[in-house]
Design a protein around this ligand. Structure first.
Ligand SMILES: [Fe+2]
Ligand SMILES: [Fe+2]
Length: 196
């Protein structure tokens, strides 16, 4: 059987030209600059990659029986999915095109818990840079709605980086003490159960 070639999914492709024309809102249609629309679509993919990365880390920690760390990673995964959905809703609210693209595979294994957490922090720092770039683009284009939306994400990134850094510090404090690592794991499990 011939396999269909994977193509990006675009919501616009599934409607007839007549239907699309009937949906045009004339002078009332909100416009989003094309380059901002592209950047926001790329950011949807970045957020989905982050979700996928945390999901991979959750699986890896689970394989080590570090179930508290795994629960923390699961919670991060859910948050990243919510970030992607927030951006998609924002695009949809402005009649912009949403194009879902392929999500690259995240790393599957790590040398130790510290290495996994450092990978997560690096990914958060990269994400912060991408969000700052979109904010600057929106400012240049005088796209105030995107500016405001990106301010929310900029604040969120401060929190995201802080929680990853705190966890790294605590794992460093535990050092080679497996008992201390298990205590930390139990605390993370309790916190995830309380907030989840
Ligand atoms: Fe995010
Ligand atoms: Fe994040």
């Amino acid at each position: 059987m011939r396999r269909a070639r994977a193509r990006p999914i675009s919501a616009r492709r599934f409607v007839s030209r007549e239907f699309a024309a009937s949906q045009q809102k004339g002078p009332f249609r909100m416009t989003i600059p094309t380059d901002v629309e592209t950047a926001l679509n790329d950011q949807v993919n970045n957020e989905l990659y982050s979700a996928y990365m945390y999901l991979g880390m959750a699986t890896w920690f689970d394989s080590l029986a570090l179930t508290g760390f795994s629960a923390w990673m699961q919670a991060q995964c859910v948050e990243e999915l919510q970030h992607a959905q927030k951006l998609m809703q924002f695009l949809s609210d402005q009649d912009a095109t949403i194009t879902l693209k392929e999500i690259k595979a995240p790393p599957a294994t790590f040398d130790d818990p510290l290495a996994a957490l450092e990978t997560a922090l690096q990914a958060e720092q990269d994400n912060t840079e991408q969000i700052n770039d979109i904010y600057e683009l929106a400012v240049r284009q005088q796209d105030h709605a995107t500016e405001v939306m990106m301010q929310w994400f900029i604040q969120e990134q401060v929190e995201e980086e802080r929680s990853a850094r705190t966890l790294i510090e605590r794992v460093r404090l535990a050092g080679n003490d497996r008992g201390a690592l298990l205590v930390l794991d139990a605390q993370l499990g309790e916190r995830s159960a309380a907030t989840g």
